[in-house]
Design a protein around this ligand. Structure first.
Ligand code: HEM
Length: 156
């Protein structure tokens, strides 16, 4: 379960469901790095870009590597929500975060435990379309094969 939690976090790090998020300043302020903002300014933070920054994730930032979330005992280690911003951070952090992880785990276990998924066309690159939420351009076309009962038991 630790590895699955890590794999889901790694997926959201590289492909955050909310890739860009806007805020409006309520008052004039100075950010921690000295940058000044004025009342009414719109500020954007970009989880899609932050999830790929080498300064935050190291030189392998663009690699899908769930192990980066695990300690030496294979236990999941959460990152600061100010670094892993897929669910936002601070007092307005996503209220459904734990519920979302639970849903994703239940779906992954049921689907991956009973079926194998392959891209319909391995030669066709999967492209993303950034909008309010992250979409796959044209959808993701898959071939789904049921696992044999033996495989399902071994992998359970
Ligand atoms: C992978 C799934 C999800 C992701 C990536 C996600 C991400 C986010 C983000 C980025 C925000 C901040 C939006 C903003 O204020 O600008 C947010 C807010 C929120 N989310 Fe989620 N969310 C997910 C699933 C859910 C689920 C399943 C629920 C409810 C069951 C939920 C309930 C909420 C609520 C109520 C807020 C508003 C919190 C507030 O403004 O105080 N989310 N979410």
């Amino acid at each position: 379960m630790h590895y699955l939690h890590a794999a889901l976090s790694e997926t959201l790090r590289l492909y955050p469901a909310v890739p860009v998020d806007a805020k409006i300043c309520f008052s004039d302020d100075t950010l921690p790095d000295g940058f000044s903002v004025n009342k009414g300014d719109m500020i954007l933070y970009v989880p899609y870009a932050m999830g790929r920054m080498k300064a935050l994730w190291g030189n392998d930032a663009e690699e899908f590597r769930p192990e980066r979330w695990l300690n030496e005992n294979g236990h999941y280690q959460p990152k600061s929500p100010f670094i892993f911003t897929a669910f936002q951070a601070g007092p307005r952090i996503c209220l459904g975060k734990d519920f979302a992880y639970r849903q994703m785990k239940i779906f992954s276990m049921i689907l991956l435990g009973s079926c194998k998924f392959k891209l319909n066309d391995e030669s066709k690159p999967v492209r993303y379309k950034t909008a309010l939420t992250l979409h796959i351009e044209g959808g993701l076309h898959l071939r789904v094969h049921p696992r044999s009962s033996h495989e399902a038991t071994v992998n359970a």
